[in-house]
Write a protein that binds this ligand. Structure first.
Ligand code: CAA
Length: 378
């Protein structure tokens, strides 16, 4: 088994790391404090090809594959988890259009995403009353002359304040998963309103908004994929999205572990740096093991997707383990910092707030367990 990265993967990882260290990291605390969306940083991601890592070059992507995407996500997340979630969802939207869109939809949208013209893309599946149970959505799209009219509400939409394009799921048929279709809706579409950003516990520099659809007309060619085929598109996109959020969790956790190691060598208690106390060493060791395991699971799922093998179960396993391990690692980092871990001056505090959502969005830990159990039980 070859664990070496390819030249392309190393190049993408290095470019992301360099950008993360030089540009993203130094701004992260301030962006978090001011709850300011990092427009300029996202534009910089576009310049590096990081808004379309797994997108073909003809659409302006880096065409570097899924493993390279996961590595880049880890690097950006290590510096700023808010910037990273914008990157993750935008890549996911570009990939959905590449995979399921018509040639005209690809031509019309993907270059605008990869170049940063759209700034970000948004994924509008969840609703106020339908998150984990996505098939129970109530938003409808009804046929009208030359198109569809969408009515309803969406919730928890990442980057919704800045996105140029929204992938929106709506019910076009009967109840359940088979009655759901998927549409591409441009920013500024008549009848679509973007609500006030939520005030969040973490990821404060990323915006999360509700969307309203009030007789929002979209033309026939806004339908993505087949009528009634939308739910499967969502599930397949989320399989890939879970690799992205698993990578984000690994990135945040590695930043937290770095902080914990540095602090433990510097801080003294009972006559020695606390790194010399076994209680601290064991916390550091446990975090190192869990981080390595999480990273391996995420890269395995990424590799399976890249090789076009089935990877749904492995993506859920990776996302479940990485997000839960990352929460433990960030929690330990705060514990090692003692009182200093509880104040905003130290990055460990931000990492713990940022990492919390990784067990919730892109499918909760409980949803991942449903997917894994169904696969194992047949
Ligand atoms: N790939 C392809 N098809 C799939 C699939 C997959 N991974 N998973 C399910 N399907 C298909 C099934 O085969 C089935 O099709 P058939 O009827 O033709 O056999 C159909 O989809 C319905 O599947 P289920 O019966 O399994 O559907 P369900 O209603 O029981 O739901 C679920 C399953 C796994 C719980 C799903 O609802 C789910 O994943 N929920 C979580 C949603 C989620 O992750 N939301 C995150 C929002 S986005 C976000 O957070 C982005 C962000 O901003 C960061």
């Amino acid at each position: 088994m070859n664990f070496e990265l390819t030249e392309t993967q190393t190049m993408v990882q290095q470019a992301a790391r360099d950008y993360a260290v030089r540009r993203v990291g130094p701004q992260a605390a301030e962006l978090d404090r001011d709850a300011r969306f990092p427009v300029e940083l996202v534009r910089g991601l576009a310049e590096l090809g990081l808004l379309g890592v797994n997108i073909e070059e003809k659409w302006g992507g880096a065409d570097a594959g899924v493993v390279a995407y996961a590595l880049a996500m880890m690097e950006i997340s290590r510096a700023c988890a808010s910037t990273a979630v914008s990157m993750a969802v935008t890549n996911m939207v570009a990939e959905v259009i590449q995979e399921f869109g018509s040639e005209a939809q690809r031509r019309g949208h993907i270059p605008k995403i990869t170049s940063g013209e759209h700034i970000t893309g948004s994924f509008a599946l969840s609703e106020p009353g339908a998150g984990s149970d996505a098939a129970q959505m109530r938003t409808t799209a009804k046929r009208a002359a030359g198109g569809w009219v969408i009515d309803g509400q969406k919730a928890w939409i990442t980057s919704g304040t800045h996105s140029g394009v929204f992938v929106v799921w709506a019910r076009t048929g009967g109840p359940g998963a088979k009655g759901i279709s998927c549409f591409l809706v441009d920013k500024g579409a008549d009848g679509m309103s973007i609500g006030k950003p939520e005030s969040k516990h973490g990821l404060r520099a990323s915006t999360t908004v509700p969307l309203g659809f009030d007789e929002c007309f979209v033309p026939d060619d806004a339908l993505l994929g087949d009528e009634g085929g939308g739910f499967k598109i969502a599930m397949m996109a989320l399989d890939g999205g879970r690799v992205g959020i698993g990578s984000q969790a690994v990135g945040i956790a590695s930043a937290a572990l770095d902080e914990a190691v540095a602090y433990s060598k510097e801080r003294e208690a009972f006559g020695n740096p606390i790194a010399q106390h076994q209680a601290i060493q064991w916390m550091i060791a446990d975090s190192g093991v869990e981080l390595a395991a999480a990273r391996s699971l995420v890269l395995r799922a990424a590799w399976l997707k890249e090789q076009k093998h089935l990877f749904s179960q492995e993506a859920s396993m990776a996302k479940l383990f990485a997000s839960e391990a990352a929460n433990r690692i960030c929690n330990r980092a705060v514990q090692i910092h003692g009182g200093y871990g509880y104040i905003r001056e130290f990055a460990a505090e931000r990492h713990l707030r940022d990492v919390r959502v990784t067990t919730i969005y892109e499918g909760t830990s409980e949803v991942q367990r449903i997917v894994i159990a169904r696969n194992l039980l047949g």
